[in-house]
Design a protein around this ligand. Structure first.
Ligand SMILES: NC(=O)c1ccc[n+]([C@@H]2O[C@H](COP(=O)([O-])OP(=O)(O)OC[C@H]3O[C@@H](n4cnc5c(N)ncnc54)[C@H](OP(=O)(O)O)[C@@H]3O)[C@@H](O)[C@H]2O)c1
Length: 180
């Protein structure tokens, strides 16, 4: 089995994934793009075997209402966090080992869903095979940058673009060596 690590995030047009006050209403859109499609994403979500997230994203997800259902989820943390859900495991330490020895043998379709800190660490280590970037039709002005200093230049191959009726655009890229 060959596993794929997909970095999935929603970004503002100016490259932020969170506001300083952590509010998420910027992800609601009343824009209308006539030629766009509607899609509830159910098929893609059903194909996900495992989620990976940083502890701050985990804590925010618990506050907002857990969006990951009963899909196995690994939360990266150096702290002792209370276990609130039965399919959640905590992990600290080497990310290459996490992917190569723990996740890849068990899961085919691994989704890294943020936040910025964890996403940048995965990118820096070359552990991301695909980037699925959903761009919201809004500029935020400031907040948490999606891409910080992620190390080295990397070319990506554009695999798909979907424009939605609500003005969101989804860009799917893969690393060229993962494209065939
Ligand atoms: N727009 C989107 O699609 C999207 C997606 C995800 C998140 N977000 C937002 O982004 C914000 C959170 O992002 P963030 O960048 O601040 O934080 P984050 O990446 O979610 O979490 C960072 C934390 O993860 C843990 N961590 C990271 N690497 C680790 C490693 N190798 N070993 C052990 N622990 C490790 C550390 O936890 P400890 O401090 O516990 O040790 C670190 O403080 C939230 O506002 C969230 O809502 C937005």
């Amino acid at each position: 089995m060959r596993s794929t690590v997909t970095l999935h995030v929603v970004s503002s047009l100016d490259g932020f994934i969170a506001k300083k006050d952590n509010s998420v209403s910027w992800m609601d859109s009343s824009d209308v793009y006539e030629r766009g499609v509607t899609d509830d994403g159910a098929e893609v979500i059903q194909s996900i075997d495992c989620y990976v997230l940083g502890s701050r994203t985990y804590e925010h997800a618990l506050q907002l209402g857990w969006p990951y259902g009963d899909t196995p989820t690994v939360v990266m943390t150096n702290r002792e966090l209370p276990s609130t859900r039965k399919r959640v495991e905590f992990y600290s330490g080497d990310l290459k080992r996490l992917v190569g020895e723990i996740l890849a043998p068990r899961y085919e379709n691994i989704w890294l869903v943020g936040g910025a800190m964890l996403g940048q660490s995965f990118l820096r280590l070359g552990l991301v095979d695909e980037i699925r970037l959903m761009i919201a039709p809004v500029t935020l002005g400031d907040g948490l940058h999606l891409f910080g200093d992620s190390g080295t230049e990397q070319k990506w191959h554009l695999k798909n673009v979907v424009a939605y009726k609500n003005g969101f655009v989804e860009l799917l890229y893969s690393r060229p060596e993962c494209s065939s």
